[in-house]
Write a protein of this length. Structure first.
Length: 171
C-alpha cells in the first residue's frame, strides 16, 4: 500500500466470494486500455468482463480456440458476435494497441512459449541471424541432424519460424 494503489468496493478482509468478482472486474475493465480474453466458457467472469469493457468503449480481444473445447466457446462467441476482435499473435495486438515497434520483439518473445530449452536456443539463433541454413544451425549448436530437424519442425508447426527452399530458416 505504500508504493501502490489498493482500489476496492469491499471492506478489508472481505473473503473472495464469487458474488464480488463482477464488481472487481468492472473496475478492471474501466481502468484497462484493452481486455484480452484468452479462454472462457460461454458463461463466466471473463465474458462479464468483456461485456463491461465493451460498455466502457474499451477494446476487447479474444483468442479463438477449438470448437470442441468448452473453455473456447466463450471466446469464439465473442468473436462471432463482433463483441471482440480476433487476436492470434502478439504482433497483431501490438499494432492494434498502437504500441511502439521497439516493444514488439520484447512482447513477442515474452509471450512466445517453447517446449524446451533447445527450441528457445534455435529460435534465438534464427532471430539473431535473421536468415540461417540448417547446416549453419548444426555447426553453431552441435545438435545432431535428426534432433535438430525435429526441433525445427516443431517450431514450424507453432508458426514460430518459416522454412524456405534449401533448408533456410527465418522468423
Amino acid at each position: 500500500m505504500e508504493n501502490g494503489l489498493l482500489l476496492s468496493e469491499n471492506s478489508p478482509n472481505t473473503p473472495p466470494i464469487a458474488y464480488n468478482f463482477p464488481k472487481r472486474n468492472r473496475i478492471i475493465a474501466g481502468m484497462a486500455q484493452a481486455t484480452i480474453i484468452i479462454e472462457s466458457p460461454l458463461k463466466g467472469g471473463a465474458i462479464i468482463t468483456a461485456k463491461l469493457a465493451n460498455d466502457y468503449h474499451r477494446d476487447v480481444y479474444a483468442v479463438p480456440g477449438s470448437i470442441l473445447q468448452r473453455n473456447s466457446k466463450g471466446c469464439n462467441q465473442l468473436i462471432k458476435s463482433h463483441q471482440a476482435c480476433l487476436i492470434d499473435n502478439p504482433s497483431e495486438l501490438i499494432k492494434q494497441l498502437g504500441l511502439k515497434e521497439k516493444n514488439e520483439d520484447f512482447i513477442a518473445n515474452t509471450l512466445r512459449e517453447f517446449n524446451n530449452e533447445t527450441e528457445k536456443l534455435i529460435y534465438k539463433l534464427i532471430q539473431k541471424e535473421k536468415e540461417i541454413s540448417m547446416d549453419k544451425l548444426q555447426q553453431l549448436t552441435q545438435i545432431n541432424f535428426p534432433e535438430l530437424n525435429e526441433v525445427l519442425f516443431s517450431l514450424e508447426l507453432n508458426d514460430s519460424i518459416k522454412q524456405y527452399p534449401g533448408k533456410i530458416y527465418t522468423l
